[in-house]
Every structure is written in structure tokens, then in C-alpha cells.
Design a protein around this ligand. Structure first.
Ligand code: DC
Length: 213
């Protein structure tokens, strides 16, 4: 069975998808990490981020391996490195690239195979797995997402203001919603959960309840 969880940045998709997979004994696929790994490779190889053709060639030249909680590019473990601010800033160039999207979408379908999986991203229920049995669109208001992000950053010792976070988040939301291919949109048959005021466990309970009905 395939369960897709799509939604904007900061809605808690990764944690929810990982925990849901654990509860159900399913595999878990973080597709954002795949886009981030290609962006990491582009930076590493000094590929011009505005050169669509060069980025398209890069994806064919690198070897991407994805597991539960780790990701490698050409045998280099980039699990931590893909979370850097440089990669976060570069990733939209990769995510907007049609060749990259075609390649990674096919790879995601191959990885899912016919097994049980919870897959998380922006286009999983719409484009990559339109046939998925269960689709969740997990979101939260911009203010709630920014507040959560601020708490997370504070725990890591950095202290941007809420309005700085909101500005960046608005930019990412805009990019996600306007990308030429694979844009973030709720699938017609997805169930929307707005997680404002909900703990992770409450979101999980709600999803499990939906799966049982
Ligand atoms: O969820 P994330 O922040 O790790 O995603 C990284 C980037 O990749 C983000 O800019 C959105 C993009 N992305 C995408 O276009 N399609 C996906 N299925 C997953 C992520």
C-alpha cells in the first residue's frame, strides 16, 4: 500500500511520515532529500545553477542511493550536508528542472515498487503516485509553521526573527506553488489536515483513524 503525504515546508511532514511508517511497519521515503542531494552535487561540482541543461546532465552522471534515514551521492554520505543553508537556497533550481523531476519521479516509483511505503514530498499524491490508496495533504498556517521553525532553530542556537523566517518561508511557498512541473497542489482525492495546535501524536492518530475508515 502507498500512503502519500504532501504539503508545504514546515508542516511537519517528515516527522509525521517517518513516525507513521514506524507505526505501520512500512518503509519511508523522504523525496525532498533526493532533490536536496542533487542540489548538493550541483554545488559540489560547481554547476551553474541557472544552466538547465547542465543540471539535467548532472542527474544522469551521479549515482544516488537512498535508504531509511540516509542518502548518498557517488558513495559520499550527504545525509547531514543536504540540510545546510547553501543547499536549501540552491534546491529550487534543481526542483524546477524538468529532467531532474522526470528522473527522480521514476526513481521514487522504482523505490516504492509494489511494497508498503509512506512517501513524503510535494507531488507524491498528484504526480508520482496518483494511484496511491491514501493521500494526505498536511499543512498549517504560515504563522504556525514559522513559529515551529523558529523553535527548531533556537534549539540549534540560531535566532532569526519570526518575520525573517516568514519572509523566507513565503518565498519557498511561492516557489513550491509556481514551479513549472510538480508544483505543490492538493490532490483532489487527498484529505487535508491543518495541524495548527496539534501535537505530532494527534496528527498521527488522525491519520491512522482515516486509514482505518
Ligand atoms: O521538503 P524539503 O524542504 O526537504 O524539500 C526540498 C526541496 O525540494 C523543496 O524546495 C521542495 C522540493 N521538493 C519537490 O519539488 N518535490 C518533492 N517531491 C519534494 C521536494
Amino acid at each position: 500500500m502507498i500512503i502519500t503525504i504532501d504539503g508545504p515546508a514546515g508542516a511537519g511532514k517528515s516527522t509525521v511520515a517517518r513516525e507513521l511508517a514506524k507505526r505501520l511497519g512500512y518503509r519511508f521515503l523522504d523525496t525532498g532529500a533526493m532533490y536536496r542531494a542533487v542540489a548538493w552535487a550541483a554545488l559540489q561540482n560547481q554547476v551553474d545553477l541557472n544552466d538547465e541543461v547542465a543540471i539535467g546532465k548532472l542527474i544522469e552522471a551521479i549515482r544516488l542511493e537512498v535508504g531509511e534515514g540516509w542518502i548518498r551521492v557517488n558513495d559520499v554520505d550527504v545525509t547531514e550536508a543536504i540540510r545546510s543553508t547553501d543547499v536549501t537556497a540552491a534546491v529550487r533550481h534543481v526542483a524546477d528542472n524538468p529532467t531532474v523531476r522526470t528522473y527522480l519521479s521514476a526513481e521514487q516509483q522504482r523505490l516504492a515498487g509494489d511494497g508498503d511505503i509512506v512517501t513524503e514530498g510535494r507531488d507524491q499524491g498528484t504526480f508520482v503516485f496518483p494511484q496511491a490508496e491514501h493521500k494526505i495533504f498536511l499543512t498549517a498556517t504560515p504563522e504556525e509553521r514559522a513559529r515551529r521553525r523558529q523553535e527548531q532553530l533556537q534549539r540549534h542556537g540560531s535566532a532569526p526573527t519570526l518575520s525573517e523566517i516568514l519572509d523566507q518561508q513565503n518565498q519557498r511557498d511561492y516557489q513550491d506553488a509556481h514551479r513549472p512541473v510538480g508544483r505543490l497542489v492538493k490532490a483532489d482525492d487527498a484529505i487535508e489536515i491543518i495541524s495548527d495546535g496539534m501535537e505530532i501524536d494527534q496528527v498521527l492518530d488522525r491519520i491512522v483513524e482515516l486509514l482505518e475508515n
